[in-house]
Design a protein around this ligand. Structure first.
Ligand code: PMP
Length: 360
């Protein structure tokens, strides 16, 4: 097989250019004669990576000066706990907008620390799964913050509007960060596990508005305390240096490709190609309303689910990997993050058309 296209939902494919560069400098980074993973996180060489990556991310997402960027560990699930622990202050209530699997998971964890006001925003529209517009979300007056997940990785649902509120908005952007432009100033906290659009697993990004750094109680574990991490410039404990280095390379790659605006146009093109293929066929089906379809994760079902295993096996033979849907949803899912090329999506679509002709 000459070429393999990896549609994994995460950990997901990284830009080939970045992988080849990392391979080239694996044992001799920056002329040091050693790997970047073998040097101190406090060395001037590593600090240069840390600073450059922060600067590049600030530029890519247009992050205002009154926000800190934290390079943490623990994945997005650690943030499910860190968010209430850091933001509740003396409050006990927080709004949790529930639009899918990961938003629900955040609620489950939050229940250990507060009373979440769960706002179910999933509705059926035109026989498809849709999300209530943000101006219709029933937010409570007494919540400390509003939490939501703008891209549901498993359900393939994306929420692109924001509610009008004076409460801090907290967003789990694990699976759509850097895929489209956002206005960071509208958020209190943005967090994301790295393993889709940023780099390898092990690194977690938190972007937090400075006025929210002072609410944490003393009992909070220091490694989850935003103020501690901000004061120590993400080096309270040893950060995942190799993952951070790779993330820094992904940011450089993205800048070279024209930044977030350019990748957004590319992502729209890829998603349109795949959704059009699904919509133009009665052999494949996607159950999400077009207004809420994810640009990153495209779940689809075969009309005859008995063909699922055959589809996956033949896809593998065509170099199309990791298309099996999440166990809770079944069917297929193609994750088409920033690093996936249009060529890769075209290869998938060509295969789907061929498969349909063969089995319909
Ligand atoms: N939130 C979202 C939207 C996710 O896609 C995932 C993982 N796929 C998580 C949270 C959990 O992330 P982690 O495994 O890094 O804790």
């Amino acid at each position: 097989m000459d070429k393999v296209y990896n549609f994994s939902a995460g950990p997901a494919m990284l830009p080939r250019e970045v992988m080849l560069k990392a391979q080239k400098e694996f044992t001799n980074w920056n002329g040091l004669g050693t790997s970047v993973m073998e040097i101190s996180h406090r060395s001037k060489e590593f600090l240069a990576i840390a600073r450059q990556s922060e600067q590049d991310l600030r530029e890519l997402l247009v992050i205002p000066d009154n926000y800190h960027i934290l390079f943490c560990q623990g994945g997005a699930r650690a943030q499910f706990a860190a968010v209430p622990m850091n933001l509740l202050g003396n409050n006990t209530i927080a709004d949790y907008v529930d639009g899918g699997y990961w938003a629900t998971s955040a609620v489950k964890e939050a229940k250990r620390y507060c009373t979440p006001n769960v706002i179910n925003v999933t509705r059926e529209r035109d026989g498809k799964r849709a999300i209530l517009p943000a101006n219709e979300w029933l937010l409570s007056d007494d919540a400390a913050y509003v939490h939501f997940c703008p891209n549901e990785t498993i359900d393939g649902i994306e929420i692109t509007d924001l509610p009008e509120t004076n409460k801090p908005i907290v967003a789990d952007m694990s699976s759509n960060i850097l895929s489209r432009p956002i206005d960071v100033s509208k958020y209190g906290v943005i967090y994301a596990g790295a393993q889709k659009n940023i780099g390898p697993a092990g690194l977690t990004l938190v972007i937090v508005r400075d006025d929210l750094l002072h609410l944490a109680k003393d009992v909070l574990p220091s490694v989850l305390n935003y103020k501690v991490l901000a004061d120590k410039e993400s080096m309270f404990n040893t950060p995942p240096t190799f993952a951070w280095y790779l993330a820094a390379e992904v940011f450089k790659w993205l800048k070279k490709r024209g930044g977030v605006e350019a990748i957004y146009a590319h992502n729209q093109q890829k998603a349109a190609l795949l959704y059009d293929c699904i919509d133009n066929s009665s052999f494949y089906r996607n159950d999400v309303h077009p207004d809420n379809r994810s640009l990153m994760n495209v779940p689809f079902q075969l009309a005859n689910s008995e063909l699922d295993d055959t589809f996956l096996a033949e896809a593998m033979e065509h170099g199309l990997h990791a298309l099996k849907g999440h166990r809770d949803v079944g069917g297929m899912r193609a994750s088409i993050y920033n690093a996936m090329s249009l060529e890769g999506v075209q290869a998938l679509v060509d295969f789907m058309v061929k498969f349909e002709k063969k089995y319909a």
